[in-house]
Design a protein around this ligand. Structure first.
Ligand code: NI
Length: 180
């Protein structure tokens, strides 16, 4: 019965070390704030409608930016968390060699779609979390683009988890929120 808690703590500790002093974008908080929020979405989603492999879902949630944003290597994730978690985190990382943001997103969504549904759910949870009030530096155009991109994610991955898809849809509807 302690498996989920231990899996959370193991990935949480690894992510804390990997992200170090990084801040959550646009906020004066450690990056763990973002990771904790994504983990919470996944955990509550699992309570409402259980995943086949909740450990995969939770560990991918907490580790989802380690390959994209830190010096963590995929082999390190394989040896510590196994090949399924490592492959999920790889799919969730954008390919930096692609030229445009739209191409990076389309490529990542295509790679997520061949992963287990737990990985799709992490992307939904990540976008739910990111649909917070945008930084004041964002233009109206950028906000519209972000909302459109969120609709793309919902269309591509929503079937993975009904309650998460509904939550993302309502966040998109209310975007940009006036306050948190
Ligand atoms: Ni994220």
């Amino acid at each position: 019965m302690n498996e989920l808690q231990d899996a959370w703590l193991d990935a949480w500790r690894f992510a804390a070390r990997a992200h170090g002093a990084q801040a959550t974008p646009g906020e004066p908080f450690p990056y763990l704030m973002h990771l904790g929020a994504v983990g919470m979405e996944v955990l509550v989603a699992h309570q409402i409608s259980p995943f086949d492999d909740p450990i995969l879902a939770i560990q991918c949630a907490l580790l989802h930016d380690t390959l994209e944003d830190t010096a963590t290597r995929e082999e390190g994730l394989v040896s510590r968390f196994g090949p399924r978690v490592a492959a999920g985190v790889r799919a969730l990382a954008k390919d930096a060699s692609l030229p445009t943001k739209a191409e990076k997103m389309a490529d990542s969504l295509a790679r997520i779609r061949v992963q287990p549904r737990e990985v799709w759910a992490v992307k939904l949870a990540d976008r739910i979390t990111n649909l917070a009030p945008p930084p004041y530096t964002w233009s109206a155009e950028k906000i519209v683009t972000y909302r459109e991109e969120s609709r793309l994610i919902l269309a591509a991955l929503g079937e993975a988890h009904g309650p998460l898809a509904e939550r993302l849809a309502s966040r998109i509807e209310a975007y940009p929120p006036v306050d948190r």
